[in-house]
Design a protein around this ligand. Structure first.
Ligand code: FAD
Length: 448
């Protein structure tokens, strides 16, 4: 029986395993050095915040794996020998495979800062990081201040976690506005305000220079390039992630920043594949990055690869970009492409609306000549994925989207709705006289 070995029990590896099992009787082994069972990485923060126990982050019961004949092996893979088709585990044990799936995810970036390996300095990625933050910052008495370095999605999550225990937080962000390499300026500025209102000491255009140790080798302060020294007990390093592929350096598998793959997620070596955060496309797909370190793309890659491995070759073909996240209590969704001013394309124009007093806004991006709808970012309004996906496929123009915005709104009925305000600003900016159309369930559930 063909033996499929998967390194990594995250969303991508586990999705591949589940779908291979659905499609075949192959022998499947998943190896992970992190935890016995798959858990939802995106929910780690809620464990520290007391909203759930770690066990609740595990989407499947512990019996699921045995019942579905998916063997789980705890161990760290140190090398791959593709000629012998074996893996070497940390304790020297070898494991043979017929087909190998590398799904080893990411690790937090470290940029060689002096003191980056001191006690009290950590990232937020793994279950071990969750245990560390619990030990390093159990409460505000043990942790008088934390400094977070790097202003992306994980940095703001770590800030929210620490604030939930009233721990003072200083947040160092290299850019002159939060995440403005990704978000258009109106949104990024709104998030700056929101961070400050949550009593997080946001320091923009500020870089970490050094982490200083006390006599026991624990972080006791940091210095910045603005000449400031900030005393702290915890330093959170959240300046992005890098594919976790160091163990493959001498394997003969082609590496860039990640494991290089083609559209079928195949590497340069026969019978070896890579998926999820650690996979790097030779050529990016559309506007996507060659490495897509997000949850749902790992799931889609796992599904596509399972088909290929089970004899129905399928390319990874992710469709329209979408994602969602949370900035403290503001929900963020994005569909299609809305670029920041820094990476905006020449043909891209934006319409931005922001509520007068609340932290609610949208940015709609469209082609400046044809008015074709290109994408939308929403903050504080929940939208329907299927509706935007269909409008993007149908290549609707921006006027259509604005008129039928009620169809896309997914907020409960009793929430305030803002379509009238939005269209009124749109009409005045765009010199149009559109009116909001009533929501239609028939339209919502029609197919593209
Ligand atoms: C705090 C946090 C919040 C996030 N929030 C969001 C979000 O809101 N939305 C979103 O889209 N994405 C989010 N992400 C990103 C998302 O979680 C990742 O894109 C996704 O988990 C990657 O899945 P994966 O299966 O590729 O890898 P991983 O989940 O990283 O799993 C890889 C596994 O392989 C193991 N491994 C690595 N090397 C070896 C080895 N040599 N031997 C054995 N085992 C090994 C690792 O220990 C790990 O268990 C978040 C990430 C973090 C850390």
């Amino acid at each position: 029986m063909e033996h499929i070995v998967i390194i990594g029990n995250g969303i991508s590896g586990v999705t591949a395993a589940r779908h291979i099992r659905k499609l075949s009787d192959k022998k499947i082994t998943i190896i992970s050095a992190e935890t016995d069972y798959f858990f939802s990485r995106t929910a780690l923060m809620y464990v520290y915040m007391g909203h759930m126990k770690f066990e609740h982050t595990q989407p499947y019961e512990n019996w699921f794996w045995k019942k579905n004949r998916i063997e789980l092996l705890k161990g760290f893979v140190t090398a791959v020998d593709h000629e012998k088709k074996t893996l070497v585990l940390a304790e020297g044990k070898e494991l043979a495979y017929d087909k190998l799936i590398i799904a080893t995810g990411s690790k937090p970036n470290k940029f060689g800062w002096p003191g980056q390996d001191l006690k009290g300095v950590q990232g937020l990625y793994s279950k071990q990081d969750l245990d560390k933050i619990e030990a390093n910052a159990p409460n505000k008495e043990a942790c008088n201040r934390a400094v977070i370095v790097g202003g992306g999605l994980i940095g703001i999550e770590l800030a929210e976690m620490l604030r939930s225990r009233k721990i003072p937080v200083t947040f160092l962000v290299r850019e002159n506005s939060f995440w403005n390499g990704v978000l258009p300026s109106g949104e990024s500025e709104m998030i700056n305000e929101h961070i400050l209102e949550h009593h997080i000491d946001l320091k923009l255009e500020t870089n970490l220079v050094e982490i200083i140790a006390d006599e026991s080798g624990r972080a006791k302060a940091i210095t910045t390039d603005k000449g400031e020294t900030i005393e702290c007990n915890v330093v959170g390093l959240t300046a992005g992630v890098t594919p976790n592929v160091d163990f493959l350096k001498d394997s003969g598998i082609e590496l860039g920043r990640g494991v290089k793959v083609n559209r079928f997620l195949e590497t340069n070596i026969k019978d070896i594949y890579a998926i999820g955060d650690c996979a790097e496309q030779h050529e990016a797909i559309g506007n996507r990055r060659p490495i897509e370190a997000v949850w749902y793309t790992g799931r889609m890659m796992g599904e596509a690869l399972a088909q290929t491995i089970c004899g129905k070759p399928r390319q990874y073909s992710p469709g329209h970009w979408f994602n969602s996240a949370k900035f403290l209590d503001i929900e963020y969704q994005t569909y299609g492409w809305v670029f920041s001013e820094r990476s905006k394309q020449e043909h891209e124009s934006h319409f931005h609306w922001r509520h007068a007093s609340e932290k609610i806004c949208i940015t709609v991006s469209y082609h400046k000549d044809s008015k074709k709808f290109l994408g939308i970012n929403t903050f504080g309004i929940r939208m329907r994925h299927e509706v935007f996906d269909r409008w993007l496929t149908e290549e609707r123009d921006v006027d259509h989207v604005m008129q039928y915005l009620k169809d896309a709104n997914f907020d409960p009925e009793f929430y305030s709705h803002y379509e009238e305000e939005i269209i009124s600003k749109y009409n005045s900016v765009m010199q149009t006289s559109l009116s909001v159309q009533k929501k239609s369930w028939k339209r919502i559930f029609s197919k593209a």
